[in-house]
Design a protein around this ligand. Structure first.
Ligand SMILES: [Zn+2]
Length: 442
């Protein structure tokens, strides 16, 4: 392409698919172990090169060898306004090529989609942001506020060597940032031809991963025995796994259910919202988990021989609590765990929540509606966790806003960490137009 594109954003929309393909081809698999992880350094250097091509300087930081994160700053026209953070992670979860229709690190374009690991989580947003700021730099566009760009390592293993590390060691990079946008949100769910809900994440559940250890009297497997650690543990695990904790409607989910109720013209029973949510398709599994605290047993460990009763038995439980529900969740758990079992946290991290209001939200809503007249943005709570947990510690309001207008038939929720992860090229172009409006007006 020559140096004179006809329209603003032409270039960004033309190159975003290629940028995403290139980024997918850099295998940044994060296994949770630095020794076997790869590619984050290569990806960070690739981003630095793409920024450098258009005159944007950046800095790369390493927490451990190869675990690289990049930060850049786009100066705004009004230095009196606080900067806005746009962050994305560069790492991806593993993918087994034998399960895929295309190679997961091919970045192939097929049927109007870019295919590959990271296509929706979240190299799509990385590529959209990159394409946009490159376009701005080439055409002389400057946003009002400074934009801080962060491309981070290690999100898929909790961010210890990425967002959490950089927030702890270089908080000055994000000084004065008041809001941030990143994954998971800004995507559409089609209600009908002229109405799409756009889910903007304003909250994340907290993490409470725990180990439960039961003790008992060791003994011979052939005897009568009334103090068996395995039995005691399994009773507790069964209680936890089979109990559905009560529904709690936090502010974002109350607003979300109201919007769903209005959009579909249905009454939603707040005690049994699942039935009404089923019409949202597979996304309802993610949404349903944001209506209550959850605790799922995930691992068991006990014994070494069939005829020996062990003295201890342990299990791990993946617990998640809603914002404001931490104490209540611990009370619920204590009741389920019962006597004679020791509980310890393996990972414990706070829930985050912000309100769906203010000028930044107004700018998101306006940007979506300008590009899709049928857009109805609604807040929601994410059941999983993202790097937002780290940036929230700096007092930054965090939003999941990676705008994508999706085809109605696409099962988007299944693509996260899924097989045949892919994203429509048209959705990426839409995302760039929305981000351009949003970042220039926020
Ligand atoms: Zn992600």
């Amino acid at each position: 392409m020559d140096d004179a594109p006809a329209e603003p954003l032409d270039r960004a929309q033309a190159e975003v698919a290629e940028l995403l393909s290139d980024l997918i081809r850099i295998d940044t698999t994060n296994t949770g172990d630095t020794a076997t992880g790869k590619g984050e350094r290569v990806a960070a250097e690739w981003v630095a090169g793409k920024l450098d091509e258009v005159g944007i300087g950046s800095q790369i930081f390493e927490s451990e060898r190869g675990r690289a994160s990049l930060v850049a700053r786009i100066p705004g026209t009004d230095p009196s306004r606080p900067p806005l953070l746009v962050h994305g992670h560069l790492d991806v979860v593993p993918a087994d090529p034998s399960e895929w229709s295309v190679h997961p690190f091919s970045g192939e374009e097929r049927d109007g989609y870019i295919w590959g690991r990271g296509a929706v989580d979240m190299k799509d947003m990385d590529a959209m942001t990159l394409a946009l700021v490159r376009d701005w730099a080439r055409t002389g566009v400057r946003p009002e506020r400074d934009i801080v760009l962060a491309y981070l390592a290690d999100e898929e293993a909790g961010g210890t060597l990425g967002a959490r590390w950089i927030v702890d060691t270089h908080p000055d990079l994000f000084a004065d940032c008041t809001e941030a946008i990143s994954e998971v949100g800004g995507f559409s769910i089609t209600v009908r031809d002229d109405l799409r809900l756009y889910l903007v994440q304003t909250a994340e559940k907290g993490l409470a991963w725990m180990r439960l250890t039961a003790s008992g009297r060791p003994g011979h497997g052939s005897f009568v025995h009334d103090d068996n650690a395995v039995t005691r543990l399994c009773e507790a695990v069964a209680r936890i796994g089979s109990t559905r904790l009560p529904t709690v409607l936090t502010p974002p989910m109350r607003a979300f259910l109201d919007a769903v109720s209005e959009a579909y013209g249905v009454e939603i029973d707040p005690d049994e919202p699942e039935e009404s949510l089923a019409r949202l398709g597979s996304i309802s599994r993610m949404i349903g988990a944001a209506l209550r605290n959850t605790a799922n047993p995930t691992m068991l460990d006990a014994g070494y021989k069939t005829n020996v009763i062990p003295g201890t038995a342990s299990a791990t439980v993946d617990g998640r609590f809603l914002h404001g529900q931490e104490a209540e969740f611990e009370r619920q758990l204590a009741g389920l765990i019962g006597e004679g079992i020791q509980q310890e946290w393996i990972v414990h991290d706070q829930a985050v929540e912000t309100t769906f209001d203010g000028p930044v939200v107004d700018a998101m809503v306006a940007a979506l509606k300008s590009e899709d007249a049928g857009a109805r943005p609604v807040p929601f709570t994410m059941s999983g966790g993202t790097d937002a947990k780290s940036f929230e510690r700096l007092g930054i309001r965090c939003f999941g806003f990676s705008p994508l207008r999706l085809p109605p038939e696409l099962d988007f929720a299944a693509l996260f960490h899924g097989i045949d992860e892919r994203v429509p090229v048209e959705s990426l172009r839409f995302g760039i137009r929305v981000l351009d409006r949003f970042l220039r007006s926020a």
